[in-house]
Design a protein around this ligand. Sequence first.
Ligand SMILES: [Zn+2]
Length: 85
Amino acid sequence: MYQDRDLWPFKCPECGEEFAKEIGWLKSQRPIIEIKCPGILNPVGPISCSRTLNYRATDFRLVLGQAKAGRYDPYEQTWTRKQRP
Ligand SMILES: [Zn+2]
């Protein structure tokens, strides 16, 4: 769990969309991790969202370390609608 090929969950505070990014990609972003919200994908068509999520790379490393140690579950903290993959 939580290796470079695994996914880390995010939830957009603007539109509420829940999505995930590869941990290896997140680790390569610094000093700020910028993630553009993919928008909401529904059967009628995508609803675009202009929100960009920002995280400090050092903060991400910290929670990633806690997750690896079993002290933090990002899916439980982040996603309400989706199941972990
Ligand atoms: Zn959004």
